[in-house]
Design a protein around this ligand. Structure first.
Ligand code: T1G
Length: 682
């Protein structure tokens, strides 16, 4: 064996048991070195007469968590994974997989090729390749279907979910499930085989697939319904259906063929970008130690405050809720309890968990009760003077090392900091509504915010299981600033002649989770309108959100008034012809040039508005890296994950096309709306 392979793969022989151990941090991914090391180790133990049984195990935090994602996009190198797993299955001595942590993708495929599987109950297994726009490419579809049947195989492969081993105890997947001492139990299992003389490998590949009475056509429509624009789940269905009668050799050949097509697809590139971008977003270029936070004070128990409190409680924090009056306090506490009742009703939590979390919730109207809090976060009415006065009161009671946070979604945090005694402790924690559901958290660094406060905020985001992205201060920070630019373009196209339905359908057909105008109606057209009205009107842009202003002036505030860009009766959304005439009238009044829109024109204008504002954020240093913008739009604004994000789209199009299109839009609509941008290193 070469030294490099010895480093990541080692063998040990003891009592006729040959143990192969993989040690390749952080998750023992199947890099070229690991694949080569695994084959070499297996062959050397197979050829060693002293060895009767072989165990494949890992060191560190988990059994193999899949192919090495870092190798994607690079020229593939031998040995290829299908050859590795087939070599394991072909081994003439029994091979046992010793599983813990997360055995995923290629890692689970290695385990499925082993003749026996011993696992901790709390370990997880899965074939999550569809989350990367792929399908299992090393026999996973074939061997899993042979063991658990088409229905469960289809569910696991098309959902990409990680499943606890204990949940699969009734399946034929595991030969032994235990709660601890994995190494001892696996060795004992091997000794058991030797004692019973059961040394003839039981190969999964030799099994036939039991597809009797499985309704493939119903299953197909279910998969198609859940896929929502993603290709990989449909391809996975096709592979399982087409190979159900084939030998494992022919089945794996068809699986590999489809895998390689997907590997080179746009969707897979986008989904792999999204995975890597999320990992990158958590990385900070500062060296600072986070303060330990256990007790959190939350001021304001409205929709945002109660959602934020629910998120903290659900992650094990103690929470003190502060409200101005006793009535407001009990209303806030009630909202939080209702959030937990919802979790209970939807089976997201057990009664025991709900009781445990709610036991950590207290409330008061007296700021003095915040004195022991490690973090104090405000989620009160969006008014700068109210927030300044609030932090003045907080600084009189809080402990010196307490981190202070504001949940404002657009106010100038630097302005608030100017009025504070310890502005270095102030950081923005911009949650997205509903705060206990939405994954995105914008961590806002103000000019005086200390690195320690930033590190504390980012560490909190991880503990809250949020996707945290560090951004700077500007109007609307990163997400809402782009959202405003996106909204401006949408509203302008409405005035230029596109209809409400045409815009929403074009963007949802393209993949957006929801149409921008339906979103406006849901969140309330007046909310954005009032926020914008607090800002100077951009005289150079006569159509600037005039469509929304027209709705508000007509009393059409959205769902809450059963009338907005759409009409609502019994909660059902319907088109509103009167909106069309109101908009045409406004366009006439503003002398807006009319044009006929195609869906492609609408998607392009909307997408390029996002790209343009993204480039402006990069130029202004509001975001650390381009991919952070994509993470914000994937997790905060319903941008389709299989499209990677607006900046990923720009990168795919390339500088020439992007700059060309922006120049075209500048020529048509002017420098003020589409200023010059540098493409730079996206
Ligand atoms: N390859 C390389 N690095 C990986 C990796 C992988 N498969 N998975 C995780 N990492 C890195 C990650 O970037 C991070 O690095 C660190 O590990 C910790 O991850 C043929 C082709 C395993 C459940 O899709 O779901 O096999 O940021 O922060 O929250 O069929 O990572 O510290 O430098 O996420 O505890 C299939 C993807 C591949 C699994 C751990 N496998 N990974 O979660 O920690 S496709 C996957 C995960 C395949 C074959 C096909 C999670 C995790 P860094 P983390 P975590």
């Amino acid at each position: 064996m070469t030294t490099e392979n010895q480093a990541v793969v080692t063998i040990k022989i003891n009592n006729q048991i040959g143990s192969i151990s993989i040690n390749y941090a952080p998750v023992n991914a199947l890099s070229q070195a690991v694949r080569a090391g695994l084959i070499n180790a297996l062959v050397s133990l197979e050829d060693n007469d002293e060895v009767k049984v072989i165990i494949i195990g890992c060191e560190g935090r988990t059994f193999i968590a899949g192919a090495d994602i870092k190798e994607f996009g690079k020229p593939p190198s031998e040995p290829f994974l299908p050859d590795v797993v087939n070599r394991i299955e072909a081994c003439t001595k029994p091979v046992i997989a010793s599983m813990f942590g997360t055995s995923l993708g290629g890692g689970f495929e290695v385990a499925l090729a082993c003749h026996y599987r011993v696992s901790l109950n709390q370990a997880k297994v899965g074939l999550p390749e569809v989350n990367l726009g792929l399908i299992p490419g090393a026999g996973g579809t074939q061997r899993l279907m042979r063991i658990v049947g088409p229905e469960q195989a289809l569910e696991m492969i098309t959902s990409g979910k990680h499943v606890a081993a204990s949940k699969l105890a009734n399946s034929d997947l595991f030969d032994l499930l235990i709660d601890s001492d994995l190494e001892q139990h696996t060795t004992a299992f091997a000794e058991g085989l030797m004692a019973k003389g059961e040394l003839r490998p039981a190969r999964v590949g030799d099994r036939t697939i039991n597809t009797s009475n499985f309704d493939w056509s119903t299953a197909k429509s279910l998969v198609a319904k859940k896929a929502k624009g993603k290709q990989a789940p449909l391809v996975a269905f096709d592979v399982l259906e087409k190979t159900q009668q084939l030998s494992i050799k022919d089945g794996m050949a068809y699986e590999r063929e489809q895998f390689l097509i997907l590997r080179d697809s746009q969707q897979s590139a986008a989904l792999r970008h999204a995975f890597a971008a999320e990992k990158q977003a958590a990385k900070l270029s500062i060296e600072a130690t986070a303060t330990n936070v256990e007790f959190v004070g939350i001021i304001g128990g409205g929709n945002m405050g109660s959602g934020i409190a629910t998120a903290f409680l659900s992650s094990g924090f103690k929470v003190q809720l502060i409200e101005q009056t006793a009535d407001a306090l009990s209303a806030g506490l009630e909202r939080i309890e209702n959030n937990f009742m919802n979790n209970l009703k939807r089976g997201r939590m057990s009664q025991q968990q709900v009781d445990k979390y709610l036991a950590n919730l207290t409330g008061d109207t007296d700021y003095q009760t915040l004195a022991e809090c490690d973090l104090i976060l405000e989620a009160v009415f969006e008014n700068i003077d109210v927030k300044k006065e609030l932090f003045n009161k907080v600084e009189q009671v809080c402990k010196p090392e307490a981190v202070l946070a504001t949940n404002t979604s657009y106010l100038d945090i630097n302005d608030i900091a100017k009025t504070m005694k310890r502005p270095e402790q102030l950081v923005g924690l911009h949650f997205f509504s509903p705060a206990n559901i939405m994954k995105l958290l914008e961590v806002v660094k103000a000019d005086q915010t200390s690195d320690a406060a930033i590190a504390t905020a980012m560490a909190l985001g991880k503990k809250l299981r949020k996707i945290s992205v560090l951004v700077g201060v500007c109007f609307g920070f990163a997400g809402n600033r782009m959202y405003t630019r996106y909204g401006r373009e949408i509203q302008q196209m409405l005035l230029e002649g596109a209809t409400v339905e045409q815009i929403d359908n074009a963007l949802t057909d393209w993949g957006m989770a929801m149409g921008p105008l339906a979103v406006q109606d849901l969140s309330g057209i007046d909310i954005g309108h009032n926020a914008r009205s607090a800002q100077p009107f951009p005289e150079h842009d006569k159509g600037y959100f005039r469509a929304a202003a027209t709705m508000v002036n007509a009393g059409r505030l959205g769902r809450k008034t059963n009338a907005g860009f759409y009409q609502y009766s019994d909660g059902k959304k319907e088109s509103a012809p009167q909106v069309e005439s109101l908009l045409r009238e406004k366009a006439n009044e503003l002398a807006i040039k009319q044009q006929t829109f195609t869906d492609e024109m609408i998607v392009h204008r909307a997408l390029f508005a996002l790209i343009a504002e993204g480039l402006a954020l990069l130029k202004a240093g509001i975001v650390q890296r381009t991919s952070d913008i994509d993470v914000i739009w994937l997790h905060g604004y319903g941008f389709p994950r299989y499209k990677g994000g607006p900046m990923f789209q720009a990168k795919q199009m390339g500088e020439q096309i992007v700059v060309g299109k922006l120049t075209e839009l500048r020529a048509e609509f002017g420098e003020d709306i589409w200023p010059e941008y540098t493409f730079g290193e996206l």
